[in-house]
Design a protein around this ligand. Structure first.
Ligand code: MSP
Length: 502
C-alpha cells in the first residue's frame, strides 16, 4: 500500500468560494479517489488561509473582527465542498492553535539555522497578493503584475528577511535531479528561469498590523502571510504535534496550485523547507485559470460564479465532470454555461446516460430483467484493458481530462457495439444474451473508472446493476478486469441518470 498526500491551496477567506477554487479542489478530490481505488493510503488536505492585511482590511470594511469574518467564510468553503462531494481528510484553518505552534517551530528552526535576518525594507506592495514587487516586476505605472491596473503601495517596515539567495544553487540542483518536480513543463521552465535570474532575499515578517502568527523570538513581528500559509501543509501532516504522522506523510506527493502561486510553492517553499532541514515537495502541479468572458474571476469584476449555483442546474456529478473533463490541466480554460450544457448533453446524457438506459431497457425486455454473463474474448474486453491503462496514465500525470477522455472511449465503443448488433431488434436468445452480457460488464467497468469524477452517479449505476457494496470499495486494477460481473443480477432501469438540458 502506497501513501499518497495531496493538497489544494488554502483559500483566502476575505471572499466567498467561486468556481475557480472549486476547480482545484475537485481535481484534488478526483485524484485522491482514483488513488483510493488502488488501495493507497490517501491524505487529501484542503483548508483556509485566514491571516494577513487583506483579511484585516476586509473585516474592517464589513465591521466585524477578522476571526468572525474567517469563521463565517471558512464555513462557506466547507459548505461548498460538501455540496461538491469533496472527500477531504482534513480541513485546516491557519487560525488553529496547532498551526501557530507549527509555524513558530518552523520559523524558529530557520532562524536558529542563521537564515533569517533583521533589515529595514521599503518596497512596492500589493495587498491582494500580500507581496512586494520590484520596479522591474511591476506593471505599467507601478501597478501589480497579477492584479492588472491595481496600483502598488509604497510600504516601509522593519522586517525579518529569509536568505533565499543562499538557496539558488541548491534549488537548481534539486530541480536538475528531479525533472518532474514541477508540472507541466512550461511551469517548470518558468520556475527555473526565475531561479536562474537570481533570487532576492524575501521579507518574512510584518510590524504594521498584528493579525498573524507572532515570531517566537520577536513578538512585535507577525509572520508574513505566505510564511504562515505555506507551512499549513506540514502542520496538517503533524509537524508541530505528531512526529509519527509527519514521518509518514512528509514529503507531500502533490501540491496542486494555480499558476499565479507557483513561485511561492516551487521556489520559496522548497528553500524554506531545505533551511529547516525538511524535504521539498515531490511535485508541484500548476493549472491555469478558469476564465469567464476571457477574464479571471474577481470580486471587483463581479464575474464570480458560486459552485452551488451550478450544482442546482447540473447536479454534483455534472459540475465535477465539467471541471475535470473540459479544462485541460495547465492552460487557461474558458468557462461558459453554454459550453457546460454542450458537454453535459454530449458525454453524460447522450453517451453514458443513454448507454445505461439502453442496456437496462433491453435487459428488461429481452433477458428477463437479469444481466447475462459477459463472454470471454469479447471485442470490448481489449478496449476495457486499454482504457484502464490510458485512464491510469492520465490520472498519474495529473491530467484528468485525458483520463476521462480515455474512460469515455469505453462508453462510446459500447454504444457503437450495441448499435452494430441492434439487440433491441432481435428475439430473446443466446445472441442477445452475449451482447447484453458484454454491455453490462462494460458498464460495470465504466462505473468504477468514472467514479473519481462521478461519485454519486457511479454508485447509482452500481446499485441499479445490483452489484454488491460500494463502487468506491472496488480495487483497481483487478476490479477492471474483464469478467468481473458474475451474471444473474437484476438490472433496474430507474429514472434517467442525466436528463438532457434544453
Ligand atoms: N491563500 C493563497 C494560497 C495559499 S496556499 C499555501 C491564495 N488563495 S486564493 O484563494 O486567492 O487562491 C487560491 C487558489 O485558487 C489559487 O491556486 C488560485 O490560482 C486559484 N484560483 C483563484 N481564481 C481562479 C480561477 N479563476 N481559476 C482557477 N483557479 C483560480 O492564493
Amino acid at each position: 500500500m502506497a501513501r499518497y498526500y495531496v493538497t489544494t491551496p488554502i483559500y483566502y477567506v476575505n471572499d466567498a468560494p467561486h468556481i475557480g477554487h472549486a476547480y482545484t479542489t475537485v481535481i484534488g478530490d478526483a485524484l485522491c479517489r482514483w488513488r483510493r481505488l488502488h488501495d493507497d493510503d490517501v491524505f487529501f488536505l484542503t483548508g483556509t488561509d485566514e491571516h494577513g492585511l487583506k483579511m484585516l482590511r476586509a473585516a474592517e470594511a464589513q465591521g466585524v473582527s477578522p476571526l468572525e469574518l474567517a469563521d463565517r467564510n471558512s464555513a462557506r468553503f466547507k459548505a461548498a465542498w460538501d455540496e461538491l462531494d469533496i472527500a477531504y481528510d482534513q480541513f485546516i484553518r491557519t487560525t488553529e492553535p496547532r498551526h501557530y505552534a507549527s509555524v513558530q517551530r518552523f520559523l524558529q528552526t530557520i532562524y536558529d539555522n542563521g537564515d533569517i535576518e533583521l533589515r529595514t525594507y521599503e518596497g512596492l506592495y500589493c495587498v491582494p497578493c500580500e507581496a512586494y514587487y520590484t520596479e522591474d516586476e511591476a506593471g505599467p505605472d507601478t501597478t501589480c503584475p497579477i492584479h492588472t491596473g491595481r496600483p502598488l503601495e509604497l510600504l516601509q517596515e522593519e522586517n525579518y528577511f529569509f536568505l533565499l539567495s543562499k538557496y539558488e544553487q541548491r534549488l537548481l540542483d534539486f530541480y536538475a535531479a528531479n525533472p518532474g518536480a514541477v508540472y507541466p513543463e512550461s511551469r517548470r521552465n518558468e520556475v527555473l528561469g526565475f531561479i536562474r535570474g537570481g533570487l532576492q532575499d524575501i521579507s518574512v515578517s510584518r510590524t504594521s498590523f498584528d493579525w498573524g502568527v507572532p515570531l517566537p523570538w520577536d513578538e512585535k513581528h507577525v509572520a508574513w502571510v505566505w510564511f504562515d500559509a505555506l507551512p499549513n501543509y506540514i502542520t496538517a501532516a503533524g509537524y508541530g504535534d505528531d512526529p509519527a504522522a509527519f514521518e509518514k506523510w512528509w514529503p507531500v506527493d502533490f501540491h496542486l496550485v494555480g499558476k499565479d502561486i507557483i513561485r511561492f510553492h516551487a521556489v520559496y517553499w522548497p528553500a524554506m523547507l531545505m533551511s529547516a532541514g525538511l524535504e521539498p515537495p515531490l511535485h508541484v502541479a500548476a493549472h491555469g485559470w478558469l476564465l469567464v468572458g476571457g477574464e479571471k474571476m474577481s470580486k471587483t469584476k463581479l464575474n464570480q460564479i458560486a459552485p452551488g449555483d451550478l450544482v442546482a442546474d447540473f447536479g454534483v456529478d455534472g459540475v465535477r465532470y465539467h471541471f475535470l473533463r473540459d479544462v485541460s490541466f495547465g492552460p487557461d480554460g474558458d468557462f461558459s454555461y453554454e459550453g457546460m450544457v454542450a458537454r453535459f448533453n454530449a458525454d453524460l446524457a447522450n453517451q453514458l446516460g443513454n448507454l445505461f438506459s439502453r442496456v437496462a431497457t433491453v435487459v428488461t425486455k429481452k433477458c428477463g430483467g437479469v444481466a447475462p454473463r459477459a463472454q470471454e474474448g469479447s471485442p470490448l474486453e481489449e478496449v476495457a484493458a486499454e482504457v484502464y491503462e490510458a485512464a491510469a496514465a492520465g490520472w498519474a500525470r495529473p491530467n484528468p481530462a485525458e483520463a476521462l477522455e480515455a474512460t469515455w472511449r469505453l462508453v462510446r465503443e459500447t454504444n457503437a457495439y450495441l448499435e452494430a448488433n441492434e439487440p433491441w431488434k432481435a428475439d430473446p436468445g443466446d445472441a442477445v444474451d452475449v451482447v447484453m452480457g458484454d454491455a453490462v460488464e462494460a458498464l460495470r467497468i465504466v462505473a468504477i473508472l468514472a467514479s473519481p469524477a462521478l461519485p454519486t452517479i457511479s454508485q447509482q449505476i452500481w446499485e441499479r446493476l445490483s452489484l454488491p457494496g460500494l463502487v468506491a470499495d472496488q480495487r483497481l486494477p483487478e476490479a477492471a478486469t474483464w469478467g468481473g460481473h458474475p451474471g444473474g443480477l437484476a438490472v433496474e432501469k430507474g429514472a434517467p441518470l442525466f436528463p438532457r438540458k434544453g
